[in-house]
Structures are given as C-alpha cells and as structure tokens.
Ligand binder design. Sequence first.
Ligand code: 13P
Length: 285
Amino acid sequence: MAENKRTFLEELQEAKSHSYAVGAFNIFNHLSARAVVRAAEELGLPVILQTSVVTVKEFGTVQLGAMLRQLAEEASVNVLIHLDHCQDVELAKACVDAGWDAVMYDGSRLSLEENIAGCREVVEYAHRKGVQVEGELGRIVGVEDALKVSAEDASLAGLEDSIRFVRESGIDAFAPAIGTAHGVYKGRPKINFDLVAQLKEALAAPVVIHGGTGLSEETFRRLICSGGAKVNVSTAIKHAYLDTCRDYFKDAPAKPDPIGFDRILSHAIEQTVKDHMIIFTKDRA
Ligand code: 13P
C-alpha cells in the first residue's frame, strides 16, 4: 500500500465529508500493531497506528518507525502512523524524520500563544517533509501513558480561541477538549457536541476526538455526525491485551505454547478494533 496512498490529512478530509471517522488505535508492540492492521484489512478500512511517547522511547524512534512502516507497506489497506500527545518539539521532529505520517504536538498545558508557537515550529518542519500535524486546545482530563491531567487542571476549548489556534498554528487536524476523557470513565461524560459541530463548519481542519474508550455507540455516532473525523482509542486496546493475559493464565496455567498465546492476544485486540471501526463507519454517507 506504499504507492499513491492518501495522506493522513486526505484520509481525515475524506472521512469528514462522508460522515465517518478513521479509528486511531494506540499500539505498544509488534503484536498489537499487527492486530490493528489485520482488523482494518478484514473490514477494508483505512486505519491509524498511533504511538505514545512512552512507546516511542521504549523502542527507539528509528526502530519503531521501521517496524511500523514495514507493516504499513505490506498492508492491503491504507495504514497511517501517527505520534500521540508529544510535548517535546525535538522528539516530534525525530518522528517526522523516522517515517511517521503525522505527529501531534501537545502544547495544551501552555498559554495559547506558546501552544501556537510550538505547533508552528513542528508544522514548519513537518510540512517540508510532507508530514501533517495535530494540535490540542483546552486540556483533556485523565491518564494517557505518562500524561496525566487532573480534573482541576482540565479545561474545555472555546470556539473563538479554537479558530485562532488553528489559523495561527497552521495545524492540519484539531483536537479540542470537548468533555471526553483519557482512560476509563467514572460517570457519564458531559460532552460539548455543539462545539464539534461549530468547529466542523468553521474550520477546514478535521476535528479529532480523544478519549474513545468507554463511550457508548450513541455517543460515538453523535460525535462523528457532528464532525469528528478521527477517533482515538487507547485504553480499550491495553485492556483487551492485559485482560486476555490474565484470563489465559487463570484458565490454562503454564501451557508451553507462546505462539498460541500470542494468537489469542492478537484475536482479542482485533475484535476490539473491529467493534470500534464498525461503529465509526456506521453512518458513512
Ligand atoms: P482512551 O485511552 O480513553 O481510549 O483515549 C485515547 C486517546 O485519546 C489517546 O490520545
């Protein structure tokens, strides 16, 4: 799938104009990445392999980039590689150099001006190499690997600031804090669907929804119909992996069959990814 494939931005624009969302699933090793690709191939849908900063540092930028590029090149569907929540401009640039299709610069803890400046620096570097950039405004509550935002520090994005942020930073995809959360929801989230719809109208840049784990089918479909063109799912993938490990060792202790075990883990992730992708494309026009 190396030739003539759509870019990250083209894939999100296509989703935006046809009322569906591209799933972005956080992977943490080769098995999870391959399982996400297999799920996408089974459904014949494009997919985003998303990497946290923790995963990048664990593998090394060049090694992880090479591993994921090979999976993407061999896939029968469009597989895009994206860096999630990177607060470090230099690491974002290193991922651009190592073959990522898109990177997220997360300056959401900074002032609006500093966030814009950080995004601009990454945008100028990335665009020269045909790589796209996602930015965040407001602060999304919860835990995403090493990134922790408490309820007191969380804040939602506003319409005027969002429009200014996207225009002045030059980002390609926009992740506003809209009331969704990273990790497991403790209650029913209060989501600003209207902001998503207003941003869809006001901006050319597609809107990204963070905090996919635990949202209901109804919420996903409402968010996507309102304009969410990329939906991030991380915790659900980790749970599919770890809960399956726990159950396996509870039911079948010490069976010397690591490949069989990996197949079971892979299947659990594939199923979780497919369940989400089916919902993300249900209202495709
Ligand atoms: P969840 O862990 O809640 O699925 O959030 C994923 C995410 O938004 C990654 O940026």
